[in-house]
Design a protein around this ligand. Structure first.
Ligand code: ZN
Ligand code: ZN
Length: 79
């Protein structure tokens, strides 16, 4: 899968560039050592992390969240 080779930036530290496939593991590790501001997680995907609730709201309202769209479409198609 192409997607496994995709590189993403760690939401906790911009200097961490990791493989998307490794992000869940990296986040668990990075979360423990992270000493900065408290971050807010997207309710639809724990890998979407934001500095404050207005960024999170934008993320969902602007349709940036694939998992929100997925859940939304899914609930429609399933009926
Ligand atoms: Zn990190
Ligand atoms: Zn999201």
């Amino acid at each position: 899968m192409e997607d496994d080779k995709e590189m993403v930036v760690c939401p906790y530290n911009e200097s961490h560039i990791i493989l998307r496939a490794r992000l869940p593991f990296h986040l668990l590790k990075c979360q423990k050592t992270y000493m900065g501001k408290k971050m807010i997680k997207c309710p639809y995907n724990a890998m979407h992390i934001f500095e404050n609730s207005s960024l999170l709201r934008k993320h969902i309202e602007l349709g940036e969240c694939e998992d929100f769209k997925f859940n939304y479409d899914h609930s429609f198609n399933c009926k």
